[in-house]
Design a binder for this molecule. Sequence first.
Ligand SMILES: [Zn+2]
Ligand SMILES: [Zn+2]
Length: 322
Amino acid sequence: MSGKLCDVCRESPPVYRQAYSGVSFCAECFKESIEKRVRRTISRYSLLREDDRILVAVSGGKDSLSLLKILARIERDFPRASLVAVSIDEGIPGYRDEALRLAAELCRRLRVEHRVYSFKELFGAGLTDARESGVLKRLGLGPCTLCGVWRRKSISLAARELKATVVATAHTLDDIVQTYLMDMLRGEFPKAPIGLRREGDGIIPRVSPLRLIPEEEVVLYAYLSRIPFQETPCPNAQDSQRDLVRSFLAHFDARYPGSLFAALKAIESRIETREGALTHCKVCGEPTSRSLCRSCELEGLVSHILGETRQLVGPDVGVDDV
Ligand SMILES: [Zn+2]
Ligand SMILES: [Zn+2]
């Protein structure tokens, strides 16, 4: 790229060439183009309203921290809107601590309220407790399954408590196409578009403002914006199905730029959203398609087995006896 200039400002040297558009960007113009595209995504799909109280789910990874930064900027133009960042502490000692610190630090810098909710206080056990107790093995579940269900539930509980009107998650274009493709590889066509606003009885809608930003551009945005983010993957991560699909799509899109956009468009134009299939969980009242939501079902099973284990071990067996 030596000797060439940014295609937008024609002043600074480019740092990134967008293969699917052919445009080369300098650092400043690139960051601006990402923020602009997020604004356009929000208005094109009507993701946010002027008076929303937006809960941003912040894990401490690059995607969620970038989303928080972009939304904090956009929110300044909407005085009736407010932002609150929520992080979930899954109880994975040594891993989550750094991410929570990075999330808290960025929230301070951006002056965004930050709240942390933990599995331990919400469900009575952290993820590592649940794994070490043998509960997951007995249920035949991987740690990521329980974690995913509980994280979703934690965010819903937080949204209710904080009176949020919408939840913003950091799913990127890549994440969404991966999920659609995984659905199809399991023999099911996606039932609902991911990250588009759907209001309904008792539902706090979830939206994905980064749904038209490729993963590699989010990484570059975080890097150019000097957002420190956690790079160590979760020690439990072993979603081998998603890893395969992710690497296939990334290779394919590198060879044939624009494929991810094309897939998203083609799939979403054929999704027929069926409304009215939801009822409410008889325990927690959250919307679900069954009588007991998946989270309450797992919570019941886990606490039942943990209770049994505690009884077997007995109350007076100390650490020294093990
Ligand atoms: Zn430029
Ligand atoms: Zn429930």
